[in-house]
Design a protein around this ligand. Structure first.
Ligand code: AMP
Ligand code: ZN
Length: 137
């Protein structure tokens, strides 16, 4: 399952070079070319899925297990102080490459990076309305 116009499909197939940290039949883990911090990596399934909505459950499970393994390894080797996992879906959420991927971003004391959001201040009624919208049939 490859999309001829997709850069991550080409990386997964080895047609475009990458700094590869791990590879098996289904996944490739590479260093991000525009890293937020030292060691910023991307977990890519080799099959082309646009985003989380497209990703089959079995590959979602494997992706998270691989993410954990890589984070443990990278924490040991890079001596980072923490980690952010980031996974963007659709342009509005910051996705720029439309092939599912998980960002693994090692964090270091004083690294100066900002990965976050402006917290809102919803009241109880608003939270309850949202809760119902999501869970009620
Ligand atoms: P996103 O904005 O979540 O879609 O993330 C796409 C990421 O892919 C960005 O952090 C880019 O720096 C990274 N990226 C784009 N092209 C390449 C490439 N050829 N090799 C490695 N990372 C890349
Ligand atoms: Zn692709």
């Amino acid at each position: 399952m490859m999309d001829e116009s997709c850069i991550f499909c080409k990386i997964a197939a080895g047609e475009i070079p990458s700094k590869t940290l791990y590879e098996d039949e289904e996944f490739k883990v590479i260093l991000d070319l525009g890293p937020a911090t030292k060691g910023h990596a991307l977990i890519l399934p080799k099959n082309h899925y646009r985003d989380l909505f497209d990703l089959p459950e079995e590959e979602a499970q494997k992706a998270m297990i691989l993410t954990k393994k890589m984070a443990l390894r990278m924490r040991e080797r890079l001596a980072c102080d923490g980690f952010n996992l980031v996974q963007n879906n659709e342009e509005v959420a910051g996705q720029t490459v439309f092939h599912f991927h998980i960002h693994l971003i090692p964090r270091y004391e004083g690294d100066g990076q900002v990965i976050g959001w402006k917290p809102g201040k919803p009241g109880d009624a608003e939270l309850e309305e949202i809760r119902k919208l999501i869970v009620e049939e």
